[in-house]
Design a binder for this molecule. Structure first.
Ligand SMILES: [Zn+2]
Length: 127
């Protein structure tokens, strides 16, 4: 009984593999094997890359807000700017929620929880 014909699992190739020693063989060649693994890791990392892109955009946003001399800002304004608090490091305390993103801490205003304060936690060397 002959072995069934397999097709190379590299989606860019899909060549028929007519001769193989092991049933575990998935690719027609080593280069197809590497290519397929590369494509797989690219798909796997895509979500992470998107997350990183958004994260960097949000850091930039905070930098712009602070540059304009504003450090107290309405939460809805942040939301309007597409800011996603869900991306941030979870608050360490429920009574005084402070979110950390990069060098910034976003803390909800104690008097008015419609507002939050943005603080840069890195002390500038010049001061
Ligand atoms: Zn192949």
């Amino acid at each position: 009984m002959g072995k069934p014909i397999k097709t190379c699992e590299n989606k860019e190739c899909e060549a028929e593999i007519t001769k193989y020693k092991s049933d575990k063989r998935k690719y027609c060649s080593d280069s197809c094997k590497h290519r397929a693994n590369f494509l797989k890791s690219k798909i796997k990392n895509r979500h992470h890359n998107e997350w990183l892109k958004t994260y960097k955009e949000q850091l930039l946003l905070l930098r712009i807000i602070l540059k304009r001399g504003r450090n107290r800002i309405r939460l809805t304004t942040l939301e309007d700017l597409n800011f996603d608090l869900g991306l941030l490091q979870a608050p360490s305390s429920i009574t005084s929620p402070a979110y950390r993103i990069g060098e910034y801490i976003i803390q909800k205003d104690k008097q008015d929880d419609n507002f939050c304060t943005i603080k840069n936690v890195i002390i500038t060397k010049n001061s």
